[in-house]
Design a protein around this ligand. Structure first.
Ligand code: NAP
Length: 516
């Protein structure tokens, strides 16, 4: 049986607890490997990372750091097939789901490599234009960004072991910050193998990338204000980090990406025989079933005009019926949930949702599979979206969505607000006058808004795909965090300092430094 261990202080750890954690194949329920939780003085790892890699990375230019990212992107791409197999075995991914994760990782690394090249030979950054501060141009101001001196601790959710690791690590490493990454234990095989490949190929300076298998909490206790924590996962775990004594006491920067009840809205102007209508159906059906609904950006709530409710319910039911649940290695299937716990949580969630909704498709998620953590896609209908609670409050992290009719377009804002902050909402409309009034009102509740219409059909991957050049994160229950967003993402790993003084001194200091 393979045992996966941590990579700490540039060494594969042999120090771990005796309580090995079984990792499963969620399709067969067979144990596929074991994870060995780390036992080590975390300070050793932090010192190694900051003193070895931290100094070296900061001496490198953005262009040189970009080369490291590009090498990792190429390496992941080269080992794509092997990683896809691991994602099928340990994550219950279909090939499509696995590609979404693994290609997402290499694409994000490549995108940040490209951005890094655009920053050239600089090692730090200026923010915006210089500012005249006094009556004469002599007294001058300029904001600068210099990289923090500590480590970036990255805690990832189970659903994207590859992309989740590199949407964070790409930005931190480009900033010159060493990374300590902690994958969710359940699906750690893919993350572990990628780190193994990077270490074997000697791509990064020693200490630039550490991998923690098991409990990350001992590391949190020794962090300082020069370190950062970026977390992706449930709002329950996020809540424990928000009140972590060391993070509070030392003002450690904390970014949180958490739950979200994302909405898809079909507006009144969309005819049922239009391309926009087809795009809406295609996006919603994909976002319910891709990765078996275990996607933070998946559509959970669907709102349609009253007169289109029946036709949309029928059309979505038909599409969902064309996606069988079964062995993820078989093309066209939707795979299992990732673990027994996930299965239990999703089934309990559907039962709660059923108390307030009617069945449209999939009952309570029953399947005819005799083993594995399978549920079928489930579509439920709420008869009063404005009064309903469960559909707006409970994130069922599986292939489950609720549809409801809206009587008037003014209700869109009210129902979206009931999600208490989302990662993404998608609005399907061709009516630019409506969009002009609607979007600014909805934006407050969303980290991202996707406008779906015929013009982007065939050109966009749908609302569920996070793109490296756009910010990812959402207000309120979505965690209030923000990641990616092209060069914006670098600011989390930098200190912004307002520099003021005589114009020629300031200008000499910032000469030849790239701006963002
Ligand atoms: P989770 O149970 O909160 O776990 C997330 C990570 O935190 C795992 O690596 C876990 O490690 C670790 N962890 C658990 N307890 C911890 C503690 N006390 N202190 C520090 N770390 C701790 O979440 P999950 O079940 O993996 O992921 C599903 C959730 O993530 C869903 O709610 C989903 O919406 C959310 N999600 C959000 C985004 C986003 O970008 N907003 C993306 C993906 C997923 P172990 O695995 O070792 O327990």
């Amino acid at each position: 049986m393979d045992i996966i261990t941590s990579y700490i202080a540039s060494t594969w750890s042999t120090q771990h607890t005796d309580s090995l954690i079984d990792l499963y194949n969620p399709t067969t329920e067979a144990i596929v490997a074991q994870a060995a939780p780390l036992v080590i003085d975390p300070q050793i790892a932090l010192d190694h990372a900051t003193q070895e890699a931290g100094i070296l990375l900061k001496e490198m230019s953005f262009s040189e750091r970009a080369d490291l990212l590009q090498s990792m992107a190429s390496l992941i791409h080269k080992h794509r097939d092997e990683l896809i197999e691991l994602a099928i075995i340990n994550g219950g991914n279909t090939r499509g789901d696995a590609k979404f994760d693994i290609d997402g990782a290499s694409a994000t690394l490549a995108a940040y490599a490209h951005l890094g090249k655009s920053l050239g030979d600089s090692t730090w950054l200026i923010d915006g234009e210089g500012i005249q501060l006094g009556r004469s141009p002599r007294f001058h101001g300029q904001h600068i960004y210099t990289p923090l001196r500590g480590v970036a601790v990255h805690i990832n959710a189970f659903n994207f072991p590859a992309w989740g690791m590199f949407e964070k690590a790409a930005v931190a490493l480009l900033s010159g910050t060493p990374v300590i990454t902690k994958p969710a234990t359940t699906t750690a095989l893919v993350a572990h193998r990628i780190v193994q490949l990077i270490i074997e190929q000697n791509i990064l300076p020693q200490g630039a990338l550490s991998l923690v298998i098991g409990d990350i909490r001992p590391f949190l206790k020794v962090l300082t204000a020069q370190d950062t924590v970026a977390f992706t996962g449930s709002s329950n775990t996020a809540a424990t980090l928000r009140v972590h004594p060391t993070l509070i006491q030392n003002s450690v920067r904390l970014n949180i990406e958490a739950d979200s009840l994302n909405a898809s809205v079909l507006c009144e102007d969309v005819d049922e025989d239009s391309e926009t209508f087809s795009l809406f159906l295609q996006d919603v059906a994909r976002d319910i079933t891709q990765k078996t609904g275990q996607k933070c950006t998946a559509t959970r709530r669907i709102f349609v005009p009253q007169d289109k409710l029946d036709i949309v319910c029928n059309a979505l039911a038909e599409r969902l019926s064309e996606i069988p649940t079964g062995d993820p290695a078989q093309k066209g299937n939707m795979g299992p949930l990732v673990s027994k716990d996930q299965y239990t949580n999703v089934k309990e969630g559907i039962a709660l949702l059923a108390n307030q909704t009617d069945e449209i498709f999939g009952g309570l998620g029953e399947t005819n599979m005799s083993q594995g953590y399978f549920v079928s896609p489930v579509l439920r209908k709420s008869n009063d979206a404005l009064k309903a609670t469960t559909m707006h409050e409970l994130e069922i992290f599986g292939p489950v969505a609720t549809i409801a009719a809206l009587k008037k377009s003014e209700d869109i804002e009210h129902v979206l607000a009931k999600g208490k902050g989302s990662l993404v909402s998608s609005i399907y409309s061709e009516d630019r006058t409506l969009l002009q009034t609607l979007i600014p009102r909805l934006a407050t509740y969303n980290g991202r808004i996707y406008i779906g219409n015929a013009k982007i059909a065939g050109h966009a991957p749908g609302p569920g795909t996070v793109l490296p050049l756009l910010t990812h994160g959402g207000p309120g229950r979505a965690g209030g965090g923000e990641e990616l967003g092209g060069l914006r993402g670098l600011s989390f790993y930098h200190q912004r300092t307002a520099l003021s003084g005589d114009k020629s001194s300031v200008n000499t200091i910032i000469e030849n430094i790239a701006a963002i």
